[in-house]
Each structure stands twice: as structure tokens, then as C-alpha cells.
Design a protein around this ligand. Sequence first.
Ligand code: VGL
Ligand code: ZN
Length: 207
Amino acid sequence: MSAHRALLVVDMQNDFMPGGALAVPGGDEIVETINRLARRFDNVVLTQDWHCPGHASFASTHPGRQIYETFDASYGPQILWPDHCVMGTPGAEFHPDLDIPHAGLILRKGYNAVVDSYSAFLEADRRTRTGLDGWLASRGITEVVVCGLATDFCVGWTACDARHFGLTVSVVDEACRGIDLDGSLERAHRDMDKAGVDIVTIAGVVG
Ligand code: VGL
Ligand code: ZN
């Protein structure tokens, strides 16, 4: 355990589990792994994808658009997703077996109707901060370990942005699962590598 280190558990929500609105293959397989991992951390942050109905990242919001198409949003390319993690719905709740009562912060993101936020640090406009950088800094945390869903979207963007804010960052690959849309998993690994994110095993993290 280290007081300067936090575990970021990304988007372990029902809609990203098999049978959910935006299912990530094997998403449910990592719940127990993450519960065990979290017991080794004093500082744990849970993130929660949290969209309003009619969110800009939903294909259903854009007449004539299809799911998984890329849409030219004001802030850049936006993949259009099935409606998912709508605030206050069961799909937005955490997996019922996620058991991390000592988590100190639940950070919601993506609640701005017109801007998505894969990253737990910066919204998709790449300017609006969620406040997580300040929360970590004010608690003296300089190192984050990232796990959860999905490797190639919210985990990858969160890990790269954590580097951008000067943190030491590792991603526990076996405690993540990806969506893999048009090569997105390979691209995420390339981006993380370039950003200086370490890909580690559980043994490598908890020793
Ligand atoms: C995510 C797509 C849309 C994720 C969230 O948690 O990786 N992916 N919203
Ligand atoms: Zn989302």
C-alpha cells in the first residue's frame, strides 16, 4: 500500500456487461479480480459513465445515423453508441458484485448533453476538466493504477490523460476488457505506449 497511489476503477457498470446496452465481451469476468485488487489500495476512485437521455454520443440522438458510425461533432470525431449508462437507470449502476466499499470517490462523467467524456480527467472537447486531477493532487497522489472497461476507450483515454497531468500510470491488462472496434484496441495500446503508460500484471502492482 502507498498513500501516494490510487486505483482508478473505470466504468464497471451494468450496461458494459454481457447482456447490457453496450456490452464489453468478458466485462463480468474482471469483477472479482478488481475487488481483490482494490483491497490492496487505500485510495480507490470509481468512475461512472453517466449520460443524460438524448446524449450527443448516442446514435439515436442523430436522425439517420447508425450505431458505431463516426459523427463529426464540434469537438472532433465522435463514435455514435447505443443508448447506454443513462443517468438514474439500472444500466448505469455498478455491477451488483462490485464490492469496494472503501472507495473514496465516485466520479461521474459524460453528463454534459453535448460533449462526451471517455476520459475521467478531460471531456472530449479536451479542455473541460472533470476535477479528478485536482482531487488526486490535493490528496498528494502522484501515481495511478487503472483497470476496468473498456480498455480501448475509457481506460485508455483515462490512462493517457493521467500521464498528461504528470502522474505515473500503469494499466493492469488482466483487469481490463476491450470493445475492439475497427482496430481500436491496438490503437489504444499504441497510444498508451507513446504516452508512457506501463502495462502491468497484478503481481507487478501488488508485489
Ligand atoms: C465507454 C464507449 C462509450 C467506456 C463509455 O466506458 O469505455 N465506451 N462510453
Ligand atoms: Zn458513454
